[in-house]
Design a protein around this ligand. Structure first.
Ligand SMILES: Nc1ncnc2c1ncn2[C@@H]1O[C@H](COP(=O)(O)OP(=O)(O)OP(=O)(O)O)[C@@H](O)[C@H]1O
Ligand SMILES: O=P(O)(O)OC[C@@]1(O)O[C@H](CO)[C@@H](O)[C@@H]1O
Length: 300
């Protein structure tokens, strides 16, 4: 079983406002709610690719219930820990002349809740896969990712998709996959990329620090993968019109893992990852199976 962990899941309230004006009443011209948070997004794309997963994390209040019920209706297993203070957040994603995101705080996670998560993680068995994605709320200690990984049976592979500080501390535990984007990679090493060689060098440095496979996503410029066998693959993007930038990276992680589980080899896994990222970028909400297949056909 694949387990995704989202410390701070969300309902993503995606709205269109024509020419948003701050300080005034604005009216939506389009609105949708999607189940979100990075790990949840990975579970949703895996589900489209007919791969079962269980979503773990913390939920609270009626928004948490809506998230849990919605995912179950989609056929995604959930094993959330329910907490009492605060609520599962509603993240506003506004498309107007510019895209604006307002992400909520999320509920308060106490030690007893965190320990309950560790217990679940401890029960993962050989053959299971853990995907840890996204931010941690302020009520959780900054070493939360390491604590989770330390509970893992050594036969369980894990993936980390998180910002600099969370990510870097997990490298000594040898994550199977990390997926920084090129901007995050620049921030990690304090450099500005001018050549692809620099990107490859930095990805290799992350391998020296412990990561096994490092696909670096570069939005409209595609991705570069440095795999655990020392191969370097460059992949361009799918053809299409971008309407959404939310969840492309999560879709990519899901596609890569799906490719690996289908024993396609890392080069092919990168293609599937790119199709998933592209299909999400070209549509409102996360990609569907058909959209991923269409995107795949446009890849070189
Ligand atoms: N403008 C785009 N055109 C085509 N494909 C895109 C575009 N943006 C993203 N993609 C696809 O999605 C993949 C992941 O995108 P990106 O590098 O933006 O990830 P990310 O920064 O983790 O995304 P996010 O955090 O916004 O979900 C890219 O490698 C590419 O295949
Ligand atoms: O506040 P975080 O945890 O950094 O990001 C949360 C979030 O913006 O990331 C996902 C897209 O990657 C969305 O579904 C969600 O709203």
């Amino acid at each position: 079983m694949i387990y995704t962990v989202t410390f701070n899941p969300a309902l993503d309230y995606v709205i269109q406002v024509n020419h948003f004006k701050a300080g005034q009443i604005n009216r939506n011209t389009k609105e949708d709610i999607f189940y979100g948070g990075k790990g949840i997004n990975v579970s949703c794309i895996l589900n489209e690719l007919n791969i079962e997963s269980t979503a773990l994390g913390f939920i609270a209040n009626f928004t948490g219930k809506a998230l849990k019920d919605g995912l179950s209706q989609m056929g995604i297993y959930t094993d959330f820990i329910e907490v009492q203070k605060g609520m599962t957040r509603i993240n506003v994603k506004m498309k107007s002349d510019e895209e604006t995101e307002i992400n909520g705080m999320g509920p308060v996670i106490e030690k007893v809740h965190f320990d309950a998560l560790l217990e679940k993680i401890h029960s993962l068995k050989k053959g299971d896969f853990l995907i840890l994605s996204g931010n941690i709320p302020s009520s959780v200690q900054s070493d939360a990712y390491e604590k989770v990984i330390e509970q893992l049976n050594e036969d369980v592979d894990f993936v980390i998709d998180a910002e600099k500080d969370l990510l870097m501390k997990t490298l000594p535990y040898h994550p199977f996959l990390i997926k920084p984007n090129n901007l995050e990679l620049q921030e990690i090493f304090g450099v500005t990329f001018e050549t692809e060689e620099q990107i490859i060098d930095c990805a290799k440095k992350l391998q020296e620090m412990g990561a096994k496979n490092v696909p670096v996503s570069m939005a409209k410029d595609g991705a570069i993968l440095v795999d655990e066998n020392g191969n370097v693959y460059k992949q361009g993007v799918c053809k299409g019109n971008v309407v959404n930038s939310v969840g492309a990276g999560d879709s990519m992680v899901a596609g890569f893992i799906a490719g690996v589980l289908k024993k396609k080899g890392y080069k092919e896994a990168l293609k599937l990852a790119t199709a998933c990222g592209g299909a999400t970028a070209f549509h409102s909400g996360l990609a569907t199976y058909d959209q991923i297949l269409d995107a795949m056909k446009t890849l070189e």
